[in-house]
Ligand binder design. Structure first.
Ligand code: SAM
Length: 282
């Protein structure tokens, strides 16, 4: 398990994830300016683009290029900077890094190396927690609060079980233990990140499996976000079974393509594969 107390040692090397304005540069916060001014190096998608923004904000720092196509070489370079005790910020051309922008591999590697990954706020707890969670940011579902009644909460979790994308929940501290117990029971011992008190003095990220976080969550206080890995299990349904289901739906009146699309849901087969199989049997 990786337990990160973000502000325990502010001198220590760390990776800061810094959103930049999606349009109006006056939306930059004082903290964003302080962090960008406080790091040793800024990694950016496009050094020319970011250079202009940083210049307009009065920030002058060494820039390094980090984007989708050089990640394999730039990530080890950034880890080396952290090894040398440096602080690094990552920004994208606009908005949050990692949200349809570079940074995912970097965050995972930095967490593996046990350096803090600290999200600087845009004013939304879900996104702050997601980008620093170490879990996939490619597709995600923001769910918000689960129901406070255990029976309804379990039903909600059952309905999310097959969902392959990262799930984001908000939770109150007095319910965190029972919610984690329900997640363990309904979704299994998945990877999760519990992010609490984001951007505040006691900010903490707990990254591990549900059971690992459950073992230490008693007494945790403050505002919390739970980021939960999506379903990674491979479907065990065969092409034959999916095709049979599609043929059945077609015999009940659905058009063949619609039947193929409905039948393939949740399986590893595409509607085209199922449709082609149906056509062979006509
Ligand atoms: N509108 C807010 C947003 O964009 O994040 C969320 C409001 S919701 C009523 C309050 C919940 O958001 C809290 O119970 C907690 O789950 C989450 N939350 C708000 N601030 C947070 C913080 N600093 N750290 C972690 N979670 C936070």
């Amino acid at each position: 398990m990786n337990r990160q107390k973000s502000f325990q040692n502010e001198e220590a090397p760390a990776l800061y994830l810094v959103p930049t304005p999606i349009g109006n540069r006056f939306e930059v916060s004082e903290r964003t300016l302080a962090v960008l001014n406080g790091v040793d190096v800024i990694a950016c998608e496009d050094t020319r683009n970011s250079g202009q923004l940083l210049k307009s904000l009065g920030i002058s720092k060494p820039l390094i290029s980090h984007h989708e196509f050089n990640a394999a070489s730039s990530v080890p370079g950034i880890i080396q900077l952290l090894d040398q005790g440096k602080k690094v910020a990552i920004i994208s051309d606009a908005g949050y890094p990692l949200i349809s922008d570079p940074g995912a591999m970097l965050v995972q590697e930095v967490i593996k190396e046990d350096y803090p990954v600290i999200s600087i706020s845009g004013p939304n707890a879900a996104l702050d927690a997601l980008v620093a969670s170490g879990l996939s940011t490619q597709h995600y579902l923001y769910y918000g609060f689960l129901d406070s009644k255990p029976s309804k909460r379990k039903k909600e979790l059952q309905s999310l079980k097959a969902f392959p994308w990262t799930l984001i929940f908000y939770e109150a501290p007095h319910r965190i233990q029972e919610t984690l117990e329900d997640i363990l029971e309904e979704l299994g011992d998945r990877k999760i990140c519990l992010a609490r008190e984001l951007t505040k003095l006691h900010e903490e990220y707990l990254r591990g499996t549900v059971s690992e976080i459950l073992a230490v969550c008693e007494g945790l206080k403050g505002e919390m976000v739970l980021v939960v890995e999506g379903n990674t299990e491979k479907s065990t349904v065969t092409l034959e079974e999916v095709t049979q289901k599609a043929m059945q739906l077609a015999s009940e009146g659905l058009k063949p393509k619609q039947a193929a699309a409905a039948a393939c849901e949740g399986s590893d087969f595409s509607k085209n594969e199922v449709y082609a199989e149906m056509m062979k049997r006509k």
